[in-house]
Design a protein around this ligand. Sequence first.
Ligand code: SF4
Length: 500
Amino acid sequence: MADIKTREFSAASAVSILDPQIRRALERVGTGFDAARREAIADVTPEVWEEWREHARQIKIHTLDHLDYYLDLLDHNVTKAGGQVHFAVDSAEANAIVSELVRSRNVKIVTKSKSMVSEELELNPVLEALGVDVYETDLGEYIIQLAGETPFHLVAPALHKSKEQVARLFTEKLGIPLLEDIDAMAAAARTALREKFMQADLGISGANFLVAETGTLVIITNEGNGRLCTSAPRMHIGITGMEKVIPSLQDLAVFLRLLPRSATGQAITSYVSMVSGPRRQEDEDGPEEFHLIIVDNGRSRMLADPELREALYCIRCGACLNICPVYQKVGGHAYGWVYPGPIGAIVTPMMVGLKEAKDLPQASSLCGACREVCPVKINIPRMLLHLRHNLQESPKREEKAGGFTGSALAWGYTWLMARPRILAVTHKLARNLQAPLMRIPLSPIRKGGRGLRRARLPLLARWTRSRDLPALPPRTFREIWQRELTLRDSIISNGSDQDA
Ligand code: SF4
């Protein structure tokens, strides 16, 4: 299993928020990606966009309802085209299949096209342990491989790096002079990778979609690296999750419209590569062997849970990250594993376990923006609430989200809200008690706020660390409502007197 740091979400997000480079990078997800997405939708008109979204959702619902049938059909058609399909229950099994292929074919150099599932499996260290040289060839993935980091964003893995940081990294790792120009850096990466493409024995790719009726693996990229990885080496292994299967090429057309527009605002990506089996006799190029590894790794659990199965509709466009107020502040590394943002907060606990990732479902304001932008209309907030419920109700102490204090507070709140008279007395009491505290001057760091600072209230230290505790209003809703009713009654009774 990959290096999981999901338990460190609170500490990691506190560090990210204070990092000026990450803050600058995150500004771009709203002004860049999300603005481009909106423009792309305006171009096709919101009405047409809604039709596409609904169509895509129906395709996903249908496919997952008949997943066994479509996986069988895919297996049949890949085999018919000369490829071989392997099913892997978990990361250990998937890595063992790749290792066996690598050993038996005496593979020495591997080029990789972007694959989130291979990140999920932590495949690179497994290959390196076998003495294989592994080269990520997507530019963003190449940068983070050189830096020894994990992806920061679903579609832009090196989004958090400034061009100066990348220039220094290239100088240090590639031994080239310090470059200032982004095009020159891209050219340097191209030069470094070109000979690897030619030397590689094995190309590994992910898949954006798997078309069951034709046994086709579809990759969508903006760089030509995917095509080189899948056609130049003598063997190609595609590794992907079982939810990527769709029934037909006609269905693919719907997703080809939705995915690039949602991800980067492009009408279509630069390269749409479709691989159906290994090279045929009449083909000029292509691999001699094609293997497709379909990975479960917790997906069956999601499929079996009616409340969470729609997380499998995800096409990894990243739109929910770009709009999320939490992701926009903390960035991808704070989530501690491969899948960041709102969809990561659902997928990660299902894959690594609730205990390991219990902070992630709490990392949401439940504003609903992710659901609004999702091209397959995934109801992310509902699933986050479901996971919170599971955490709260879990019989395992280590899975409880708020621990003893959280449970005690929730119990106390429920008890109080069910007793209106005691609630009214408590309100009055709290209002009177807060009066002396409200006279304490606010910290000079944040003038203009109204409330109580952490230093004065140690019990609420975490809450007030970055915000004021708002003062209770002079009147509660119940009191205002009661006054309105009394006023209305008196107007009615005065009016009746005049009529009389
Ligand atoms: S949940 Fe929806 S918006 Fe988020 S990455 Fe997946 S498809 Fe895109």
